[in-house]
Design a protein around this ligand. Structure first.
Ligand SMILES: [Zn+2]
Length: 511
């Protein structure tokens, strides 16, 4: 009896604490539930119903992101939103205004639950934009879902009713248990980092490295799926061997119809594919695998190993950083490292890749007018680099970035007797800043780790990033037993090399 009484008292106390705890959570976090339908996919419209509950404020500032993370350009997304309405839970209309191009300010007053409805016209085709047609829907989530401004940590559920005839939904988002076609995002960052593909795609599911994978292929005709899956697994393993960890439980590779471009996400990638997945042209298959490897490695380099400015994201405008040459340039460098480790690329292919990049900027005046770091900041002006004078006034981190990345790798190897390389830098950035500190790195921290492994200052390499000075390629290539023709930028192996040169060369090109 005494014992029971004691248990009863403890239970009451615990209930009170739990209740207080729940109340404090409930008072802070709104509930957000989206429902999507497609009235007529041929008209390219998505109907969205958004229910927000547990509202503590009298005004809700709903926003649409003006860019897709990884796609560094301001998009016209808000103009595709039409037929906005807001009511309370009983259907009484609420007043709203639109003070900014991407802001819908709903005056809910005392209503703690609201229902918002809108339509999205989804008819632009890129990896950063939503696109719906009779065949399928590709939801670049930044163009479909409104978020609550300043409440980025709010979780949400997404219920999708596919258009008639569509049978599958592929996404990196978690499925809600026991709910058909309902997904969960733990916060808005996860939602905007998780594209959704709905249609009749082929879906290949497997486990590898103790993780769940889905490869979804919109038009699989001609694809040697067994070969592709085997090669993709090799890339996953190669990346894990470099970093020492895989930061997701499930990964979704979305291979869309023919088109251009791909976009990285933390546990997925969405890419347009070649017109013919049988890859009849020599080298086309390997180019495609390079592309897949690039987007895959981004889940480390930019999503987890990230410049400090790239998170928490500002979805209302540009996110400037001078370090995209690391995020993009070194990812271009690493796509070749992964291909080499996976046994999918040979020395000549790797050297030709460097030559192609050199040819893209060395002969032009742009190299004297823009540093690599500036190309990162100015990407918001030059994402598609379409101006006729482009190569004469700017450079791209996609071309100079991987070349300077290679020189950095060689410099660290040369200075450390080939004991360390960029792999050690990437692994240290991942462990120290993503895993331990839960944040991105500053440029100073990046260089500090590079210098820690090289054991020397890297002033010259830094000058290739922050200034427009001439690059002494020959010096660094020589460290690796390589030589470059200044006319053609062709790179060859030196006839005679020391064991040290040979060791570095073997590490970077495999022979
Ligand atoms: Zn990239």
């Amino acid at each position: 009896m005494v014992k029971n009484f004691f248990v009863a008292i403890v239970t009451i106390i615990l209930l009170a604490i739990t209740s207080c705890g729940n109340n404090s959570i409930l008072t802070e976090v709104p509930s957000v539930n989206y429902s999507l339908t497609f009235p007529n996919a041929e008209d390219h419209y998505i109907n969205v119903e958004l229910k927000i509950g547990n509202i503590q404020d009298t005004v809700i500032d709903l926003r649409m992101p003006v860019w897709a993370t990884g796609y560094y350009i301001i998009l016209d997304s808000p103009k595709h939103l039409t037929d906005f309405s807001a009511t309370d839970a009983n259907g009484n209309p609420l007043k709203w205004t639109k003070p900014l191009k991407n802001s819908w300010l709903v005056k809910n007053g005392t209503a703690n639950e609201i229902v918002v409805k809108y339509r999205i016209f989804a008819n632009n085709k890129s990896v950063g934009e939503a696109n719906v047609d009779a065949e399928r829907a590709f939801l670049a989530t930044n163009e479909v879902f409104l978020f609550i401004n300043d409440k980025i940590n709010t979780p949400s559920t997404i219920k999708i009713t596919p258009w008639h005839g569509w049978s599958k939904i592929s996404t990196g988002l978690k499925r809600v248990a026991d709910e058909t076609n309902t997904f969960y995002a733990k916060d808005f960052d996860v939602l905007f980092d998780s594209p959704i593909y709905i249609g009749n795609q082929m879906s290949i599911n497997f486990r590898h490295e103790d993780k769940d994978f889905e490869i979804c292929v919109a038009r699989p005709q001609g694809l040697d799926t067994a070969r592709f899956v085997a090669d993709f697994k090799k890339i996953v393993t190669a990346a894990k061997d470099i970093i020492g960890d895989i930061p997701y439980n499930n990964y979704t590779l979305i291979m869309m119809e023919p088109g251009g471009g791909g976009l990285e996400h933390t546990n997925s990638q969405a890419i347009f594919t070649d017109s013919d997945l049988s890859f009849p042209n020599p080298g086309a298959y390997n180019n495609f695998m390079n592309f897949v490897a690039h987007e895959y490695f981004h889940l480390y380099n930019v999503k987890t190993i990230r410049p400090i400015e790239l998170g928490p994201f500002n979805y209302n405008g540009e996110c400037y950083t001078e370090s995209l040459w690391v995020s993009e340039g070194l990812t271009c460098f690493y796509e070749n490292v992964l291909m080499k480790m996976a046994g999918l690329s040979d020395a000549r292919t790797i050297l030709n890749y460097v030559t192609d990049n050199l040819k893209a900027y060395e002969p032009y005046q742009g190299k004297k007018r823009m540093s690599l770091a500036q190309s990162s900041t100015d990407i918001w002006l030059n994402f598609f680099n379409r101006d006729a004078n482009g190569q004469d006034v700017r450079i791209s981190y996609y071309t100079k970035g991987p070349v300077i990345g290679l020189l950095l790798d060689i410099a660290i190897r040369q200075a450390s007797d080939n004991r360390y390389s960029c792999d050690d830098v990437m692994r240290a950035l991942y462990n120290r800043y993503y895993k331990d500190a839960g944040r991105g790195f500053t440029p100073e921290e990046f260089w500090s780790i590079c210098e820690e492994y090289s054991g020397s200052d890297l002033c010259e390499i830094k000058s290739y990033v922050y200034t427009t000075c001439d690059v002494d390629y020959e010096k660094y290539f020589n460290y690796a037993g390589l030589t470059m023709n200044r006319e053609t930028y062709r790179i060859d192996t030196l006839a005679e090399t020391s064991p040290e040169q040979k060791a570095i060369r073997k590490a970077i090109i495999g022979e």
